[in-house]
Design a protein around this ligand. Structure first.
Ligand SMILES: [Zn+2]
Length: 299
């Protein structure tokens, strides 16, 4: 059975890009007669706030997107992440890394290797094991990874050139993004991962980690990004506002859903609707690969 999921970080308001990802994931699961879960990726220390997560859940519910099971908050899942690290250690796939952020010019909290982040060059690979209280990296096996994307088609990536050995546990005691996402998709039995194209570059790395942990590989779909009307990144002004700010501008949820559904190929033109109206017309073949711009009149 298809099991989709949406896994936001509760660090702010869900913007139109987040909402589009959530809707696409929900539509795909519903179209297949499957279930859909929400998971809160709240492992990134104090940036994550319970109240922000609750507000995100309210926004999703306002669009008709509700989790079919209990919402999992990753901050309560430390035991599972520790177990996964222990398993990787037993398989000789973990090593301590003493590189500082400055050493690497890498932002440890950023989940992806774009925005000027470089792949980790592997300079601590030969260090002796020093225990689980150090920063820990996963020793990636070499060789290309082939995977089929629901939107982009066949992809062939060399994860060592994209992320290098990913950090799984941080010096500050936080479990890192790659670990928690792979462990929880596996534990929940997720069969389909839908997310923004900004995360495409980490997929091969996460597939390698799944393989090392003996987990099943879900299907992947990477959506074109939602951009500001001028083609720039979503900023505070342009489209980064959430449902509440849009409502304050007189744009109701039904209109937002219609625009999102149109942008996913479910409607020939944007028109107000509810989420269930879109299920019948949803198909990955109709989802455009390209980026989509927020309507000028919304900003
Ligand atoms: Zn290092």
């Amino acid at each position: 059975m298809t099991l989709g999921r949406f896994a936001p970080s509760p660090t702010g308001v869900l913007h139109l890009g987040n909402l589009r990802t959530a809707l696409a994931s929900w539509l795909s699961a519903r179209k297949a007669g499957g279930d859909w879960l929400i998971r809160m990726e709240d492992v990134d220390g104090p940036r994550c706030r319970r109240d922000l997560g609750e507000a995100q859940l309210r926004d999703l519910a306002a669009l008709g997107l509700e989790s079919d099971g209990p919402v999992v908050w990753q901050s309560g899942r430390s035991e599972a992440y520790r177990e996964a690290l222990a398993r990787l250690h037993r398989a000789n796939r973990l090593y301590p890394c003493v590189c500082t952020r400055k050493d690497l010019q890498v932002l440890a909290s950023a989940p992806h290797a774009e925005d000027g982040l470089r792949p980790y060059p592997g300079r601590c690979r030969t260090r002796d094991w020093e225990g689980f209280d150090r920063a820990l990296r996963f020793h990636l096996p070499g060789g290309p990874v082939h995977w089929e994307d629901c939107i982009l088609g066949l992809q062939v990536d060399a994860p060592e050139a994209l992320t290098g050995d990913p950090l799984l546990f941080r010096r500050d005691g936080c479990f890192a993004y790659h670990l928690v996402v792979v462990v929880d998709d596996g534990a929940q039995g997720v069969t389909e991962v839908v997310r923004g194209a900004d995360l495409r570059s980490v997929t091969a790395t996460q597939i390698r980690l799944q393989e090392a942990l003996g987990l099943l590989r879900p299907a992947y779909a990477h959506l074109g990004m939602v951009l500001a009307p001028d083609g720039g990144r979503l900023g505070k002004r342009a489209g980064a506002m959430g449902l509440e700010a849009l409502a304050a501008r007189g744009i109701p949820s039904a209109e937002i859903l219609g625009w999102l559904g149109w942008s996913l190929g479910c409607l020939t033109q944007p028109e107000a609707c509810i989420a269930t109206d879109l299920i019948g017309a949803f198909h990955w073949d109709r989802v455009p690969r390209n980026e989509v711009r927020v309507p000028e009149s919304w900003t």
